[in-house]
Design a protein around this ligand. Structure first.
Ligand code: NAD
Length: 478
C-alpha cells in the first residue's frame, strides 16, 4: 500500500515515529494509502529546514519568486488530470469538480506569482517637510493549516501568498485528504523551488497542527477549518502574539425575494446547497424565501434537486459524490435525525444511498427540510453536508433578522431584481461576503473572510500579501 511521506528540505521523509494513519477512499470505504503520523519532532525538522532556507529566499528578487510560483502553476495545469483523480479519490468529490479545483489551484499560484512582482512599499509625504516610507518584509517561518473540503485549492490559497512575500513555510494539509499536498512536493521540486522553502508535514491536528501553533519561532499561523479548532488555535497563538488569520465555519443564508429572476434563483440556490456534497464553507444552507412565492419556489427547487444524481465520483454524470469520512457521514445523518425531532418535514432526500458496486462508501441523498424554526439547532449549527432548509419570510426585516440570527457571518446570497433593495440588504447583512444574483463568483483580488464566529482577518489579494509581511514605517524629516 502507498505510504505518503513528509516533504522536508526538498526530500521525502518517513515520520520519525514510523507510525502511519489509514487514509480512506470515501467512495468505497476502503483504506487505500497510509499517512505519516508525524509529531512535534517532524515539525521541528521542518521548521529547521525552513529557517535555514529563509535568509536566501527572503532576499531573492521578486522576479525569481514570480518565475518559480508561475512554474508551479504551469505544472499543476499540466498535471490537471492526475491531480484531479487523486483529489476525487481522496475527498469523494466528483471528478469534473476536482478538475475545476485543480485549475483554480494553479490560478492561486499564478495570481500570487504576479502579485509578488507588483507588491510595493508605500510612501507618504507630509506637505514637503517629511517623508514616510513603509517597508514590507517577510515575517520568517510561517505555518499554514488547511481543511479537507477543497484540499489543494485551500492549501495553495495560503501557501502561494506566503511564498510570494518571501516567507518560508511549514504547512499541514488535513489528515483526511493529504494526497494532493503530497503530490505538490514533487511539483515544487520540478519547478525549482529551493529546498526548505516549503515543508509539508502530514498528521493529526492535535499533534502536528498543535506543534506548529505552539512553536515559539513559527511567527504567523494562517488557518482554515472549523470554528472550535480556530478558537483553540487562537487560545495558544494569541498569548504568544503570533499573527493569526482564521477562516472558519459558516451557516450561510440565501435570501430569495419575490421579485427575483425565479429560474436563476432556483438553479443557483440548488447549486449553492449541494456543490461538493454541500461541503463548502460558502454553501447556502438556509434558503429564506418570501412567502408569496414560497410554494412555487419549493416545488421548482425540489424538482431541480431531483436532477442531482448521487454516485461514483469518477463518473462524469455524477453531481454528488461521497461524504468525506465515516465520522462526517454519521454527523450529517445525526443532523437529519435531529431535524425530525425538531419538527422538520423532510421533503426530499434524507436517506443513505448505496450505489452499485460501492455499497460501503458514504453517500447521502440531497436533503431538503422545511417547517423548522429559524432558531432551532438545524438552522443555527453548521452541518456541512448535503442538507438544506427552506424557511418562508414575510418582510425584508424578518428576512434580515433570520439571516443574521446565527453566530456565523461568512457568506450570503441575495436574489432580487430590485437594485435598491439588493444594496440595502447587502449593507445590513452580517457577513464578510455578499453575492447579489449569483453565488461563488470569485475575484482573487477581493477580501475573503468572515465576521462573528466565521473568522478573524481577511485573505485574498493585498490582504493576504500584507498578512504575510511585517510593516515598518520610516519617517524622514527633510
Ligand atoms: P478542522 O478544524 O477539523 O481541521 C482543519 C485543520 O486543522 C486540519 O488540518 C486539522 O488537522 C487541523 N487541526 C485540527 N485540530 C487542530 C489543533 N488542535 N491544532 C492545530 N490544527 C488542528 O476542520 P475540517 O473538518 O477539516 O474542515 C471543515 C471546517 O472548515 C468547516 O467548519 C468549514 O466551514 C471550515 N472551512 C472554512 C473555510 C473558510 O474559508 N472560512 C473554508 C473551508 C472550510
Amino acid at each position: 500500500m502507498k505510504k505518503l511521506a513528509n516533504y522536508i528540505d526538498g526530500v521525502d521523509f518517513a515520520p520519525i515515529s514510523n507510525h502511519y494513519i489509514n487514509n480512506f477512499n470515501p467512495s468505497t470505504g476502503d483504506v487505500y494509502s497510509l499517512i505519516p503520523d508525524s509529531d512535534e519532532r517532524d515539525v521541528e525538522m521542518a521548521y529547521e529546514a525552513a529557517e535555514k532556507a529563509f535568509e536566501t529566499w527572503s532576499k531573492s528578487p521578486s522576479e525569481k519568486r514570480f518565475k518559480i510560483l508561475n512554474r508551479i502553476a504551469e505544472l499543476i495545469d499540466l498535471k490537471n488530470e492526475e491531480l484531479a483523480l487523486a483529489e476525487s479519490i481522496d475527498q469523494g468529490k466528483p471528478i469534473w469538480l476536482a478538475k475545476t479545483e485543480m485549475t483554480r489551484s494553479a490560478q492561486n499560484f499564478r495570481f500570487f506569482a504576479t502579485a509578488a512582482m507588483q507588491f510595493n512599499s508605500e510612501s507618504h509625504t507630509m506637505e514637503g517637510h517629511a517623508i514616510n516610507y513603509t517597508i514590507k518584509s517577510p515575517i520568517g517561518v510561517v505555518g499554514c493549516i488547511s481543511p479537507w473540503n477543497l484540499p489543494l485549492y485551500l492549501f495553495s490559497w495560503k501557501i502561494a501568498p506566503a511564498l510570494a512575500t518571501g516567507n518560508c513555510v511549514v504547512a499541514k494539509p488535513s489528515e483526511i485528504t493529504p494526497m494532493t499536498a503530497y503530490l505538490l512536493g514533487e511539483i515544487c521540486n520540478e519547478a525549482g523551488l529551493p529546498k526548505g522553502v516549503l515543508n509539508i508535514v502530514h498528521g493529526l491536528g492535535p499533534k502536528v497542527g498543535n506543534a506548529m501553533v505552539s512553536h515559539p519561532n513559527i511567527k504567523a499561523i494562517s488557518f482554515t477549518g472549523g470554528t472550535a479548532t480556530g478558537k483553540h488555535i487562537a487560545s495558544i497563538a494569541a498569548p504568544m502574539f503570533k499573527k493569526l488569520s482564521l477562516e472558519l465555519g459558516g451557516k450561510n443564508p440565501n435570501l430569495i425575494f419575490a421579485d427575483c429572476d425565479f429560474n436563476k434563483a432556483v438553479k443557483e440556490s440548488v447549486r449553492s446547497s449541494f456543490l461538493n456534497q454541500g461541503e463548502i464553507c460558502l454553501c447556502g444552507s438556509r434558503i429564506l424565501i418570501e412567502r408569496s412565492i414560497y410554494e412555487k419556489f419549493k416545488t421548482a427547487f425540489v424538482a431541480e434537486v431531483q436532477t442531482y444524481t448521487v454516485g461514483n465520483p469518477l463518473l462524469d454524470e455524477t453531481k454528488i459524490g461521497a461524504i468525506v469520512s465515516q465520522a462526517h457521514f454519521e454527523k450529517v445523518l445525526s443532523y437529519i435525525e435531529l431535524a425530525k425531532q425538531e419538527g422538520g418535514n423532510i421533503i426530499c432526500g434524507g436517506t443513505v444511498v448505496k450505489p452499485e458496486g460501492l455499497k460501503n462508501g458514504w453517500y447521502i441523498s440531497p436533503t431538503v427540510i422545511e417547517n423548522l424554526s429559524y432558531d432551532c439547532r438545524c438552522n443555527q449549527e453548521e452541518i456541512f453536508g448535503p442538507v438544506v432548509t427552506l424557511t418562508p419570510f414575510d418582510t425584508e426585516e424578518e428576512a434580515l433578522m433570520m439571516a443574521n440570527s446565527t453566530p456565523y457571518g461568512l457568506a450570503c446570497s441575495v436574489w432580487t431584481e430590485n437594485l435598491t433593495k439588493a444594496h440595502r440588504v447587502a449593507g445590513a447583512i452580517q457577513s464578510g461576503i455578499v453575492w447579489i444574483n449569483c453565488w461563488l463568483l470569485r475575484d482573487l483580488r477581493t477580501p475573503f473572510g468572515g465576521m462573528k464566529q466565521s473568522g478573524v482577518g481577511r485573505e485574498g489579494g493585498w490582504n493576504a500579501m500584507n498578512f504575510f509581511t511585517e510593516q515598518k514605517n520610516v519617517c524622514v524629516k527633510l
